[in-house]
Design a protein around this ligand. Structure first.
Ligand code: 5GP
Ligand code: MG
Length: 186
């Protein structure tokens, strides 16, 4: 596996430090939503599988807050290059999120299509607030810019794997975020 690596963008120590800092900021921002007797006014983390699995595991262990976790997965409709076509969301999310403050956790913000669809779903279900946390953000065309409240690192528009991110299902277990050699992707 290591022989397929072209370049290490963020090694495990760099990732660990940044994720800890993000958790500290999130804990600070959400403390007032979770420090309450009102059971319904609580924090729900909605994490998008499978790419965010390692990020999520590291992040939540540094969040000393009462929270619930919901895992969702996304499948793109065929021919996803057409902007009118969207994404299908598979989840067991509660139908009613009234009073819940939702933090969406995802691996990469790229075109923003995924997060836009999820935000719409959460708003339909009456979430009290929706914030977004991504490990990586690629440069976006301004017209399509999608806001994320918490961003680990901005990266160039190149394909990365590791720390949960895959190519063809592989490389999720690499501890670092890396780019792959061209021959590994053919
Ligand atoms: P978008 O923001 O375009 O809807 O899609 C973001 C999703 O595309 C991410 O959650 C991730 O699953 C996938 N993705 C985008 N860029 C990359 C990348 O460089 N590497 C990997 N492994 N997945 C990516
Ligand atoms: Mg994803």
């Amino acid at each position: 596996m290591d022989q397929h690596i072209e370049r290490v963008l963020f090694d495990r120590a760099t990732l660990a430090k940044r994720v800890k800092d993000m958790a500290a900021q999130i804990a600070d921002d959400f403390r007032h939503h979770t420090n309450t007797q009102d059971e319904s006014a609580s924090l729900v983390l909605v994490s998008i599988m499978t790419g965010s699995v390692i990020f999520l595991a590291d992040l939540i262990r540094d969040l000393p807050l009462m929270l619930r976790l919901e895992l969702i997965s996304i499948s793109s409709y065929p021919g996803k290059s057409t902007s009118s076509q969207g994404v299908a969301i598979n989840s067991s999310l509660p139908d009613d999120l009234t009073g819940k403050h939702v933090l969406v956790v995802d691996d990469i913000l790229d075109s923003g299509r995924t997060l836009t669809a999820i935000r719409a779903l959460l708003n339909e279900r009456h979430a009290a607030s929706v914030s977004t946390c991504v490990l990586l953000r690629k440069q976006l065309p301004t017209a399509m810019a999608v806001e994320a409240e918490y961003v680990g690192f901005d990266i160039a528009d190149e394909f990365v794997v590791g720390y949960g991110l895959d190519f063809d299902g592989y490389y999720r277990n690499l501890p670092d975020v890396v780019t792959l050699k061209r021959e590994a992707m053919s």
